[in-house]
Design a protein around this ligand. Structure first.
Ligand code: NAD
Length: 259
């Protein structure tokens, strides 16, 4: 029998992960490191400490991507890492309708989910082009980016922007052999859902935990996803398994969005 290399092997690759202390980000860090990658992880606070295969290949730096200096320093850090892979994941959620979602909320959500997201993607792309790397950029969109929701005006719009930038970047970077794809998670059981559930409890007058239970039950596969469901798809997009896939948004949502 012929010996084939492991198709998801990331040995020799450098991966940047933003939002690395969150549910999905931490799982992506573990998946990339377990496949041999050097991982440069960043988030707001002190490093999440995990005991996993390849933890010694993870280095961590805190940056606040909503702070002007924090963003500038993060972009320099990204360029100095010479990344092959970007997992562009940091984002925040909030709720409001077009009648009450104000511009302060707009500035926060667009500031992180679009402005910093874009700057981080641009820095990684510029570095990959300068270093002549056939890289892979993975942007975190959402099922919320595929259709508006009455109560979630700004967040939905930020995630629609992520899908659009993914397509434009993929087409611009294809001549450089850099692939750009997005993942649209559905409902994934992470710390973000504590906030989402509490906000729905307020806006829809539900008991704590009720919204989270309802959205899980409504998924065609019958339950919420786990962070590793998303990280597994990230591993596919980071690796040579997906070498002919670009400009796509992959829905990892148990069947919630049909397109
Ligand atoms: N969990 C879900 O159901 C779900 C669904 C659809 C899309 N998503 C998307 O997946 C991604 C990860 O979500 P998650 O559920 O793991 O969320 P999470 O809240 O667990 O993680 C997000 C991380 O971003 C970091 N962050 C927040 N503000 C920051 C700032 N100013 N600077 C730097 N980092 C900051 C947080 O500290 C946190 O660790 C996000 O882009 C989110 O929009 C999640």
């Amino acid at each position: 029998m012929t010996n084939h290399p492991i198709p998801t092997d990331l040995t020799g690759k450098t991966c940047i992960v933003t939002g690395a202390n969150g549910g999905i980000g931490a799982s992506a860090v573990e998946h990339f490191a377990a496949q041999g990658a050097q991982v440069f992880a960043t988030d707001l606070g002190p490093q999440f400490t995990g005991d996993f295969d390849g933890a010694d290949r993870v280095s961590y730096q805190a940056f606040n991507l909503l702070d002007a200096d924090g963003l500038i320093n993060c972009l320099a850090w990204i360029k100095s890492a010479d990344p092959d892979v970007l997992f562009n994941n940091a984002a925040i959620f909030d709720m409001g309708t077009v009648l009450d979602a104000d511009l302060a909320q707009y500035d926060r959500l667009f500031g992180l989910n679009v402005r910093s997201f874009y700057a981080v993607m641009q820095a990684a792309a510029q570095s990959m082009v300068a270093q002549n790397r056939a890289g892979s950029i993975i942007n975190l969109a959402s099922q919320a980016g595929h259709r508006g929701e009455a109560l979630v005006a700004h967040y939905c719009a930020t995630k629609a922007a992520v899908i659009s930038y993914t397509q434009s970047a993929a087409l611009a970077l294809a001549p450089h052999h850099i692939r750009v794809n997005a993942i649209s998670p559905g409902v994934i059981d992470t710390p973000m859902w504590q906030d989402v559930d509490a906000l729905f409890a307020k806006f829809e007058n539900k008991a704590p935990g009720q919204k989270k239970r309802e959205v899980g039950e409504a998924v065609p596969l019958g339950h919420m996803g786990s962070p590793s469901d998303v990280a597994g798809t990230a591993l596919y997009l980071a690796s040579d398994l997906s070498s002919y896939v670009t400009a796509q948004t992959l829905c990892v949502d148990g069947g919630n969005v049909l397109r």
